[in-house]
Design a protein around this ligand. Structure first.
Ligand SMILES: [Zn+2]
Length: 334
């Protein structure tokens, strides 16, 4: 008999990158959108980015198939089933509604589709999904402000924060001070990408200007020991995604990933997938990679829980699930 699947929490996953090739082809046909390949194998081959800029190209050419409320709803439901099978009953997911919006999909279709999918996922799979919609840095700040307006409107439907994504090396956090201030005023948390494609200066600005409650990645903070110490002292959780960092050239290899240095400095690190299907991974594999780097299943869970933006009742449920689990057996499980 195999050992138990240990409980997990996923805090950094882009929903557009969770769609399996078969489903993406089906949605593209339905929406009359041409993808870069017509078969599952062809699409899987296309989804092997060489670096960050190539990843953005792959992202745009595949995720453009998602256009309607029904598509977004279906994406969440499929993904919730994947999470459940991996022992994960709570996720804070990202989606990037500005991209479909500039292609003609009204904001409301994105928000309604994803939030409606989460309602059904809770009932059908028992998985709680909250959202931190991703502001795309590459678009004008006015679009970010519109996104924040919709995010605040959907607070009661599971939106808990906002993120900042896209080309970190071209568009620094300072440009987005205003939308992040509006998000805070609207009761939303801040969880920008920082310290992935750009270095410590980007992390510093994410903390000081965007008042990050949590950092997506943050791994390049290891280049500045004082900054790393500050992140540890403030208890700011970094959502670390080992394989994504290697694929996009942020870390030279899994063996040389900065996670051990972050943990040694006392930084709390949740373990996440980032873009599971686009990067050929899943939460179980990422957690296994983190185990090899010295993390433990219980610490991954507790670090993630301390950074999660959920309300008290959900936090208590997640804490009780951890308390009831036999973590001593987790080392042998998945
Ligand atoms: Zn990300």
């Amino acid at each position: 008999m195999s050992a138990a699947v240990y409980p997990k929490i996923e805090l950094h996953v882009h929903l557009e990158a969770t769609v399996r090739p078969a489903r993406l082809l089906e949605i593209a046909r339905r929406n009359d959108v041409r993808l870069p390949a017509r078969t599952e194998a062809g699409l899987a081959r296309f989804c092997r980015p060489r670096d960050f800029d190539d990843f953005i190209r792959v992202w745009i050419k595949t995720t453009k198939a998602l256009r309607h409320e029904r598509d977004f709803h279906q994406v969440v439901m499929d993904y919730a089933a994947d999470l459940k099978a991996q022992g994960c009953s709570y996720a804070e997911a990202l989606f990037s509604p500005s991209e479909p919006m500039v292609r003609g999909t009204p904001w409301q279709e994105s928000f309604e589709g994803y939030c409606g999918g989460a309602d059904e996922a809770r009932e059908v799979h028992g998985v709680d999904i909250r959202f931190t919609p991703d502001i795309t840095r590459d678009f004008p700040v006015e679009i970010a402000e519109q996104l924040v307006g919709w995010a605040v409107k959907y607070r009661e439907r599971g939106v808990v924060g906002v993120s900042l994504g896209g080309s970190e090396h071209r568009f620094p956090p300072e440009l987005f001070a205003r939308p992040f201030a509006s998000a805070r005023e609207g009761g939303l948390k801040s969880a920008p990408h920082a310290g992935e494609v750009a270095g410590p200066a980007s992390v510093r600005a994410a903390l000081d200007v965007l008042h990050a409650d949590r950092l997506r990645h943050g791994v390049r903070a290891v280049e500045d020991p004082a900054l790393l110490a500050e992140i540890a002292a403030r208890g700011i959780v970094c959502d670390v995604t080992p394989r994504s960092n290697v694929l996009l050239g942020v870390a030279p290899s899994l063996e040389e990933h900065p996670l051990p240095r972050m943990l040694a400095a006392g930084v709390k690190c949740s373990i996440s997938t980032d873009d599971p299907v686009l990067m050929g991974t899943d939460l179980t594999r990422e957690c296994a990679a983190a185990l090899d780097l010295g993390h433990t299943p219980l610490d991954m869970y507790e670090h993630a829980l301390s950074g999660a933006f959920c309300e008290a009742a959900t936090r208590e449920r997640l804490a009780s699930a951890a308390a009831a689990f036999d973590w001593d057996s987790a080392g042998m499980g998945t």
